[in-house]
Write a protein of this length. Structure first.
Lengths: 240, 356
């Protein structure tokens, strides 16, 4: 029996090597890049030339977010690549690439991922890698992680004062799964999937947030955090 | 079932006997041996729960103890876990709201005592926000008004100390020093803080007598207190609004800290609810309540007798208060004194080399 399968393998191998020209490689290298934007402009930290959707001049000092449970799908052949242990901390002036490495070849035309950390991984913080609490993303009052962190300063519309804005969003109800269509990923070819985040989407769609009118500009949970969570669930990350 | 386990172990032994001896030796050397502390039946607990990902070993406990008492873990090198959790006070700090953190700012909640934590499986902190000890430790460690540690700076410090390098190697041989193992070691140590040798425990085991006043107090405890302070651990591990306040301030910069467990669950029935603290060592852990508002046990009993504030989240069993006369209060306090565990306190002094 063993001999037969060796023989079979040998034949298969010979066949594969004869037919090299047409065969797509079994694996392909795929990475996902993230570019961060605000109102369509590439984000820069500590720069004053940005404006919030509600009109206030805004300077971003920190912007970080977790992307987890990445899945690529080839809808035609129903092939899926599911990344194991898929937790990635990304941010401005921080990681901007998820390197999936060599994955099975397919014409992936859809990507699914989640913003935040799933309930299981979010239930404890003695973890390593991107979930290591030394990344300054673990809560200190509640076991779990901040999913999206935006910190900056805006000019208040009525007082004209520079005012701090802090969004630390992350409870299990703020975990949002996004599916986007992909184009241009071809089986066997190294691919770079370009995604884009839009910070302005945190302030709009469906909930409009104008920091000058907010009771507190420090948001770390509660109803406003949930509104921001609803906002980032759709339109915050798009294919570039 | 037992037979199956035996057969399995025979197979394992046979398998091991076949494997390379030298390999086996390295394994024995590197993997620290699981340690399960002895548990008194008077705790009324089935077993000693510990998370699969962080099994307790003597090596881990030794490391955790050193970390627990080391002020170099803090941002300014002056605050250790033991600053607010002192062994002689059953691991609390004796003040209502501590200001011993790196900034000197007064905290919003009273430092809870630390013992019998392994059975705190229904959330830790006064509001249950922490799921387990391994996660909890990062709270006080990194909170800016508590130890204010920068975890990356902490890793640098630990990697420069030969003694720590050695202890980490023995306790966690498979990985370099990382945030997770720091917390896991401290969790192993704090799980060994087991209070089960008070006069009450000796009495329950038939090794000592209680006075008639103490026994009278015990009966009052059983009738009036045991529904929440369940006998054994002397807590039900649940969260209750015990009628301290009618309403709760919610200043915007405090992120709901005065709302009790509501902050965690957003459930209006949890407004003003906090975890039932154990009555063990209660004579050592004054002042009382999540904010230390009561200086003495007499004040606590007065609250339950006649001070209950009514609102919609009040624990139903406290609607009518717990009316006790002066004599009953005295008997009850006399009984509570039998829950003081001096042997536990002695054993866990920092300089006692016996572990755990």
């Amino acid at each position: 029996m063993k001999n037969i399968s060796y023989l079979f393998l040998a034949v298969l191998f010979a066949f594969a090597s004869c037919d090299k020209e047409d065969e797509t490689p079994a694996q392909m290298n795929v990475e996902i890049t993230f570019e961060n934007t605000l109102n369509g402009n590439p984000l820069e930290l500590n720069q004053e030339n940005f404006t919030l959707p509600s009109g206030e001049p805004f300077m971003v000092k920190k912007f970080k977010y977790y992307i987890s449970n990445v899945v690529l799908t080839d809808t035609e052949s129903a092939t899926q690549y599911i990344e194991n242990d898929s937790y990635h901390l990304l941010g401005q002036d921080f990681n901007s690439v998820i390197d999936l490495g060599m994955i099975p070849s397919a014409n992936y035309d859809q990507i699914t991922f989640s913003i935040g950390v799933d309930e299981v991984a979010n239930s404890r913080t003695d973890q390593t890698g991107d979930l290591d609490p030394n990344n300054d993303m673990a809560w200190n009052w509640n076991s779990g992680y901040k999913f999206v962190v935006l910190e900056g300063e805006f000019t208040h519309q009525s007082t004209q004062e520079r005012t701090g804005l802090i969004f630390h969003i992350g409870t299990n109800s703020n975990y949002a799964t996004v599916t986007l269509p992909l184009s241009g990923v071809m089986a066997g070819k190294a691919s770079s999937i370009a995604l884009e985040t839009a910070i302005d989407e945190l302030f709009s769609n469906p909930n409009i947030l104008a920091p000058s009118n907010m009771a507190s500009t420090t948001v770390m949970g509660g109803p406003v955090a949930d509104q921001i969570g609803q906002n980032y669930a759709e339109g915050f990350i798009k294919a570039n | 079932m037992k037979k199956q386990a035996f057969t399995l172990s025979v197979f394992i032994t046979l398998f091991w006997a076949c494997t390379d001896l030298s390999q086996q030796e390295t394994r024995v050397e590197t993997a620290p041996e699981l340690y399960v502390p002895p548990i008194s039946t008077t705790l009324n607990v089935g077993s000693f729960p510990q998370p699969e990902r962080n099994p307790m070993s003597q090596e881990g406990v030794l490391l955790g103890k050193k970390l627990f008492f080391d002020p170099n873990l803090s941002g300014n090198g002056k605050v250790s876990c033991a600053t607010c959790h002192q062994p002689q006070l059953a691991f609390t700090d004796g003040v209502a709201l501590g200001d011993h953190g790196v900034t000197g700012a007064k905290l919003d909640r009273h430092a809870p005592p630390l013992f019998n934590l392994a059975w705190n499986t229904n959330g830790l902190f006064w509001d249950g926000g922490a799921h387990d000890l391994e996660s909890l430790n990062f709270g006080p460690l990194t909170h800016p008004d508590e130890m204010g540690a920068d975890l990356n700076a902490l890793l640098t410090y630990l990697n420069q100390e030969d003694e720590y390098l050695d202890l980490f190697e023995k306790a966690f041989p498979k990985s370099p020093i990382q945030s997770a193992s720091i917390s896991q070691a401290i969790a192993q140590y704090t799980r060994t803080l087991i209070s089960q040798t008070s006069r009450y425990d000796l009495w329950k085991n038939g090794k000592t007598e209680l006075s008639s006043l103490e026994i009278k107090g015990y009966k009052i405890y059983q009738a009036a207190c045991a529904s929440c302070h369940e006998e054994g651990l002397f807590t039900d591990q649940e969260y209750h609004n015990n009628g301290l306040d009618e309403s709760y301030p919610d200043p915007i910069d405090k992120e709901g800290i005065f709302l009790g467990r509501f902050r965690i669950t957003q459930d209006s029935l949890d407004l003003g609810a906090y975890k039932t603290p154990s009555l063990r060592n209660v004579t050592l852990t004054a002042p009382y309540m999540h904010d230390g508002r009561f200086a003495t046990l007499e004040e606590v009993l007065d609250h339950y007798s006649s001070g209950i504030q009514q609102n919609s989240s009040l624990a139903p069993q406290l609607k009518g208060g717990i009316p006790l006369n002066a004599e009953e209060k005295q008997a009850l306090i006399t009984f509570l004194q039998t829950l003081q565990d001096d042997q536990f306190i002695q054993h866990h002094q920092q300089d006692n080399p016996d572990l755990p």
